[in-house]
Design a protein around this ligand. Sequence first.
Ligand SMILES: Cc1cc2nc3c(=O)[nH]c(=O)nc-3n(C[C@H](O)[C@H](O)[C@H](O)COP(=O)(O)OP(=O)(O)OC[C@H]3O[C@@H](n4cnc5c(N)ncnc54)[C@H](O)[C@@H]3O)c2cc1C
Length: 293
Amino acid sequence: MIPGAFEYVRAGSVEEALTALAEHGDDAKVLAGGHSLLPLMKLRLAMPAVLVDISRVPGLSYVRVDGDEVAIGAGTRHFELERSEVARAEVPLLPHVASRVGDPQVRHRGTLGGTVAHSDPASDLPTALLALGGDVVVQGPGGRRSVPVTEFWLGFFETALEPDELVVELRTPRTGSTGWGYEKFTRRENDWPIVAAAAVDGRVALANMGGTVVRATAFAFITSFTDYSVSLFLTRAGMRPITLAILSFLEFGFAPTLAAVAAITLIVPLILVIVIQHFFGIGDFIYASRKNG
Ligand SMILES: Cc1cc2nc3c(=O)[nH]c(=O)nc-3n(C[C@H](O)[C@H](O)[C@H](O)COP(=O)(O)OP(=O)(O)OC[C@H]3O[C@@H](n4cnc5c(N)ncnc54)[C@H](O)[C@@H]3O)c2cc1C
């Protein structure tokens, strides 16, 4: 299928891209790897009048340590993240998850900024970033601002990004050798997850379980009452992330389960006693039982 007609602007710098976005407003769309945007345009689900291509903007592709965090440029392609020695040493969940995205062609074109800005709840790297925590750094006409990953994805294809802003960097804590894991279930190899779970340092995030990637917060809520994070212990003990995720959902039903058990053990016998008292009187009932028994 062929996309609708559009004007093409190749930005040579972040500033040029921002100028083009400011000029064309809602009519413009950023083009990075094109592996999510172009399929939408071919289906005519997206029909931008102007494409602002940032794929050749220098200085947007890097993985480096910055204090307690790892900073990753928005233009970093999935395969670059997968092979980055810095990422492997400092935040090993990310290169592992990058290696599970699509096929080699997709990984050589798709960018971290693109998958973050696209806000598809079935995407792998945003799930990992949400489990890790950290910030999405965006730049607009007024300068840079940081949005915590927990507040960036608002809904299906919807983010906290303004139309005249660019994602320029992702920042995530250095986890080093802290326990982590990633489980992805697919229909076919090299596909988006039907469901996926990322776990690191006691935090669990899930793909394709809502309108955005989601944190399994019920688990964190339960463990917040304990001195020692149970989920951290379980992650370090090698529990599979998907089991952790299932546990977190089971625990989400903890209160209703408790209520049901209380009802069965307390309320049902109470109702029985009231019914017996009403029809026979408790004394008569006990007398009759003893006499017959
Ligand atoms: C066959 C196939 C298989 C795939 N399999 C998987 C998979 O298994 N798991 C998975 O997670 N993903 C998968 N993908 C998606 C892939 O990872 C995409 O490349 C990625 O989601 C988007 O990155 P991109 O650089 O291609 O973004 P683009 O397609 O260029 O852009 C996507 C959206 O983000 C916006 N955008 C891009 N960059 C920026 C920026 N810096 N600032 C602001 N807005 C920006 C664009 O305007 C657009 O709305 C697959 C894609 C294909 C085609």
